[in-house]
Design a protein around this ligand. Structure first.
Ligand code: C5P
Length: 396
């Protein structure tokens, strides 16, 4: 790591002092830190202590003529291997997610052409606020790494997620981001995500609760490892990851068609919650369902099983085909049955009896012909990374 450097942006928060230890630890690993302190960060740590530890000038002002003469803010944001924001306040993430630039730190984040890693630290209610969640999702979709904060007792006395991770973990994440795994370069991976929507008439449809989050996160992790990703997605309300080819579909029939058109691929990951049935005929006009004496009945036609179809292709079958199994009970037995029935290579099973569907976290078991491996309970982004790492290993 001796030739590597980071631009470390320290924002205001009680955890800012941990960044000093981080600078020292990274230095021990041969990583140089050039530091920007926001105005609020200077309430917690001083430019002098930062400079003493980093051995470099510490930057604080956007319009400082001396600094600009020495190194312009654009150059500052680019002459680095990675930008790290630690601790990352709700404020800096809000600015970066929305493209605001009104001080040196936010301007550097907008001007950089390097990857950005955020280590958030804030009060648990702030971390749980929908606006912060939206911003985190946007930053991840834009290709940034946003670490999950630790859970525990906070400086403000409340308990929950929001604590800055320990320095050892921060160092590990930064070193991993500095030498990224690009082992999927040259591979084409096809991912389906989200629900399908099966029309009853022009205003009604049958669908399910899938948010698309897990599939989108997997597409982003595979992209990060260098894969060319085609993401075939049913209707969802989340941001698509940057740098993947997005094909939007509504129905299962459209999804199958889009998947077949996108072949050949090295791997097919079927994360979508495809509706098994569709109304046999979708009415062209709005159905009048009220007021009759008879209960309303509807005839259904079975949708194609996309996973099974692709698993059993005689030609163009991707080398690795992965299905997902969302189960509420007997997860292992159902997953193994599905592996056999569908003819796929792996099944990623999860228990959706809790808050997984549409929720933030997940916990999966990976079934292959050779056995089973269980993941810890993690955010959907971390689960995606866990799965992507195994795909990368299998394809290389
Ligand atoms: O049989 P079940 O629906 O539980 O199987 C889930 C797996 O099969 C998922 O990977 C899902 O994407 C896929 N599937 C499919 N086409 C269907 C139904 C499920 O590709 N019609």
């Amino acid at each position: 790591m001796s030739d590597r450097s980071i631009l470390l942006i320290i924002t205001g928060g009680v955890a800012a002092f941990k960044s000093l230890e981080l600078i020292r630890e990274l230095g021990r690993a041969g990583v140089r830190s050039r530091v920007i302190l926001t105005k609020a960060a200077q309430e917690f740590v001083t430019p002098l202590s930062v400079s003493a530890l980093s051995g470099e000038k510490c930057f604080t002002e956007l319009f400082d003529l001396d600094d600009e003469a020495e190194m312009g803010h654009i150059e500052l944001s680019r002459s680095t291997d990675l930008v790290v924001v630690c601790p990352a306040s709700a404020d800096i993430m809000g600015k970066a997610a929305n493209g605001l630039a009104n001080d040196l730190a936010s301007t550097a984040l907008l001007a950089t052409d390097k990857r950005v890693l955020y280590a958030p630290a804030m009060n648990v209610r702030m971390w749980d606020h929908p606006a912060v969640k939206r911003n985190v999702e946007t930053l991840r979709a834009d290709g940034s790494i946003v670490l999950e904060p630790d859970e525990g007792l906070m400086a403000c006395g409340e308990f929950g997620p929001g604590r800055l991770p320990e320095v050892a973990r921060l160092k590990e994440e930064i070193l991993a981001a500095l030498s990224p795994d690009r082992s999927l370069e040259g591979k084409h991976i096809l991912v389906t995500a989200g629900p399908t929507r099966e029309p009853i008439d022009p205003v009604r449809y049958i669908s399910n609760h899938s948010s698309g989050r897990q599939g989108y996160a997997i597409a982003a992790s595979l992209r990060d490892r260098g894969a060319k990703v085609t993401l075939v997605s049913g209707p969802v309300s989340i941001q698509p990851p940057e740098g993947v080819e997005l094909k939007k579909v509504e129905t299962a029939l459209e999804m199958l068609n889009a998947v077949e058109t996108a072949l050949p691929a090295d791997a097919f990951i079927s994360v979508a919650a495809v509706a098994d049935w569709r109304p046999a005929t979708a009415s062209d006009t709005k159905l009048k369902l009220k007021g009759g004496d008879e209960p309303v009945s509807m005839t259904f036609a079975e949708n194609p099983d996309i996973l099974k179809t692709i698993s059993n292709l005689a030609e163009n079958r991707p080398g690795l085909v992965i299905g997902f199994a969302a189960e509420t009970n007997d997860v292992a037995a159902h997953a193994q049955g599905k592996l056999q029935r569908k003819g796929c290579d792996w099944i990623v099973a999860n228990d959706v009896s809790g808050d997984v569907m549409g929720g933030e976290n997940n916990e999966v078991s990976l079934f292959t012909k050779d056995g089973m491996e269980a993941s810890p309970r993690m955010s959907k982004a971390q689960i995606a990374d866990w799965i992507a790492a195994r795909i990368a290993k299998a394809l290389s």
